[in-house]
Design a binder for this molecule. Structure first.
Ligand code: SF4
Length: 98
């Protein structure tokens, strides 16, 4: 009999949470920075995105996905790029130290 436990899960099982994201249908420019955006403009845009994320029913799944897949761009799960980078770097340091 064929072993199916190592096969990828059906895509809908893995990605279904995205259907419930509050960002769905919103302008993606709120969540992803345009080229050369800096300083106050960037902070204000990210804050607006994070306010939406704070009300989102799938925040935990979204954040987990973004950290697991090391999403490099955008606000995911209420976290900006720099915040995710810091968490990922800290996890790498812990692994190296162990
Ligand atoms: S947590 Fe934020 S980025 Fe993630 S699905 Fe919800 S609204 Fe979208």
């Amino acid at each position: 009999m064929t072993c199916t436990t190592r096969l990828p899960k059906p895509v809908t099982d893995v990605w279904d949470w995205q259907m419930d994201g509050l960002c769905r249908g919103q302008n993606s420019a709120i969540f992803f920075h345009p080229d050369n955006e800096r300083g106050y403009a960037r902070a204000a845009r990210e804050e607006k995105a994070k306010e939406i994320c704070a009300q989102c029913p799938v925040l935990a799944q979204c954040r987990s996905h973004a950290l697991d897949s090391q999403e490099p761009y955008g606000v995911w799960g209420g976290m900006g790029e720099d915040e995710r980078r810091q968490i990922i770097a800290a996890a790498r340091r812990r692994v190296r130290a162990a």
